[in-house]
Design a protein around this ligand. Structure first.
Ligand code: SF4
Length: 326
């Protein structure tokens, strides 16, 4: 595929974590063989519950963590062979919380110009010109240039974060929960701004979110992660019309709607919560799965294609389960 601009190939990442006072550290397998790709100008969603490994994948795609196994490729080149300046010119992040990701002691113009300063790009005048241009592009009046973050609203701060991410003119932006800390009224404004910027600048977005409505609104394809694995990959339309994996179905069923009388949906996702230090055997979703069969607790499901779904890891769709136990 020639237009792939960012790709993770079977990446793995583990951390040693403390399990309590005077107890030995244990290995947390945050990402356990994830493959995904992003094409030029495309928006792709990466969804799953908190702790499933989405943010660790994002850190690897930004070159901030090197995978223990597997490889990340940026514009077809191995990420580990590129220097930080080269990576920063091609891919930038927008983080979840504009309150904590902006330095409260810096003025807005300095915050937006920071990537240019760090990478020693342009003169002071050039940088000032670019900052004003970016502020206009994200809908921020230049009168805020000398303000501090706490003088701005949540939505304005997120516009600052977007301007800072785009000032190096990257082609790829990794948006980690870009609207989850904002009021509902502000969320759609920021999402529409991201869509406008994508059209204008030809950006590719990887949208990391636990909010399926964000993915439905923005992404053409989506990857669903569970305990460090991608368990389903499909077009967004297919994902919302006919999800294949029982976990994806449960995620969709858990979305609250304002329908009168519908009540709070019971998806059983709350029972037998699993973690990445002691993952369940076989299919790691089996203790929570309402479709689990005997084979599910002992045998890891193969990734298979199922109809329009490109990748699903579930024995419901396997012709012959992988005989190798975990
Ligand atoms: Fe459920 Fe079994 Fe499919 Fe896992 S493999 S999702 S436990 S049916």
């Amino acid at each position: 595929m020639t237009d792939v601009v960012l790709e993770a190939r079977d990446v793995h990442c583990s951390f040693k974590v403390s399990t309590g006072f005077m107890r030995p550290k244990r290995l947390l397998r945050a990402v356990n063989g994830v493959s995904l790709n992003l094409r030029a100008g495309e928006s792709v969603g990466l969804v799953g519950e908190s702790g499933c490994g989405k943010t660790t994948v994002a850190m690897m795609l930004l070159g901030l963590i090197r995978p223990a196994r597997g490889e990340v490729r940026l514009d077809g080149l191995p990420m580990h062979e590129l220097d930080q300046r080269d990576i920063a010119r091609r891919v930038q992040p927008i983080f979840q919380d504009p309150y904590s990701s902006l330095n409260p002691r810096k003025r807005i113009a300095d915050i937006i110009a920071l990537p240019l300063r760090v990478h020693r790009m342009g003169s002071t005048d050039d940088r000032r010109k670019k900052v004003v241009e970016m502020m206009d592009m994200v809908g921020l009046s230049p009168r805020y240039a000398d303000s501090y973050p706490d003088q701005l609203s949540g939505g304005q701060r997120q516009r600052v974060a977007i301007a800072r991410a785009l000032i190096m003119r990257p082609r790829i932006v990794i948006c980690d929960e870009p609207t989850s800390s904002l009021d509902v009224s502000m969320q759609s404004q920021i999402l529409n701004l991201l869509l406008d910027l994508q059209r204008e600048l030809g950006l590719a977005y990887l949208l990391i979110s636990h909010n399926l409505a964000v993915v439905e609104h923005m992404a053409v394809r989506a990857y669903v992660m569970y305990l460090g694995r991608v368990v389903e990959e499909t077009d967004s339309e297919q994902l919302f019309r006919a999800p294949a994996h029982p976990y994806t179905r449960a995620l969709l069923a858990s979305v609250l709607t304002p329908e009168p009388g519908r009540g709070v949906p019971d998806t059983h996702l709350g029972v037998a919560y699993a973690n990445s230090i002691d993952p369940p055997s076989g299919c790691t979703f089996h203790p929570r799965c309402t479709k689990a069969m005997a084979v599910c607790s002992t045998i890891v499901p193969h990734p298979v294609t199922h109809g329009a779904t490109r990748h699903v890891e579930c024995h419901l769709y396997s012709e012959a389960p992988n005989p190798a136990p975990v």
